[in-house]
Design a protein around this ligand. Structure first.
Ligand SMILES: Cc1cc2nc3c(=O)[nH]c(=O)nc-3n(C[C@H](O)[C@H](O)[C@H](O)COP(=O)(O)O)c2cc1C
Length: 217
């Protein structure tokens, strides 16, 4: 396909889906945001490989700067892998993580720029600025992976599962245990499954009103 034809096809795709849908209805908004809660206890229902792939195949489309996609994800599901992860957690996060059908380790790849030509072929040379700047590369990769981590939680919810994000763990221990060869660095952990309401210990906590934290200038 010529470049012009590819551009026309890309624009047509956008026009087509915009004709089908212009916004999420209230149920979809509730599922993703307004009623969704961070889950702390889990029903005894498995999460399949296909479901984890379904999450990934939504998550991957959300945007990152220069399409860098710096996040890397390890889905911890086997009892052996769980036994490596659970001791790295703060005590209050251990039992629920042991019980969760799967736990995603959301990490970033500080060497993401080695793939620049593949993910951003329109300006492959832009990756060069990271080559001799490991601190900048690490900071950038962490930033993008944090954004992707938020998209990840929403993708979990979008496929009908519940998410339980956690920062209460020892980052150095997770990195040693899972990433000593690859050099990846953990950002946060996310339990995935069908939430058990026993784990919801109270009503929704306060959320700021628009006027408290936003301004329109
Ligand atoms: C990145 C991140 C890290 C979190 N870390 C923990 C954690 O370590 N342990 C925990 O019980 N909850 C953790 N939470 C859950 C939050 O405390 C929870 O989402 C927040 O209080 C709002 O609750 P709600 O989502 O049910 O409204 C974390 C949430 C996020 C997004």
């Amino acid at each position: 396909m010529s470049e012009d034809a590819a551009l026309a096809a890309a624009r047509q795709r956008i026009a087509d889906y915009r004709q089908r849908i212009d916004s999420l209805d209230q149920d979809a908004r509730d599922l993703l945001f307004s009623e969704a809660r961070n889950h702390n206890w889990w029903q005894d229902r498995k999460v399949s490989d296909d479901q984890l792939r379904e999450i990934y195949d939504l998550f991957k489309f959300a945007p990152t700067s220069q399409n860098t996609q710096t996040a890397r994800i390890v889905f911890v599901r086997s009892p052996e892998a769980k036994a490596r992860l659970v001791p790295t957690l703060n005590e209050p996060n251990r039992e629920k993580t042991d019980l969760a059908p799967a736990t995603a380790i959301i990490a970033h790849d500080p060497k993401f720029y080695e793939d620049f030509a593949k993910v951003y072929p329109i300006r492959p040379e832009a990756g060069q600025r990271f080559v001799d700047n490991p601190d900048m590369a690490d900071d950038f990769a962490f930033h993008m992976a944090s954004m992707q981590g938020a998209y990840f939680i929403l993708a979990v919810r979008a496929v009908g599962l519940d998410a339980g994000a956690m920062l209460g763990f020892d980052k150095a221990k997770v990195n040693d245990e899972f990433f000593s060869d690859s050099g990846l660095k953990v950002n946060f952990l996310c339990n995935i499954g069908y939430g058990d309401l026993e784990g919801i210990k109270g009503p929704r906590l306060y959320r700021y009103d628009f006027d408290e934290v936003c301004e329109i200038i």
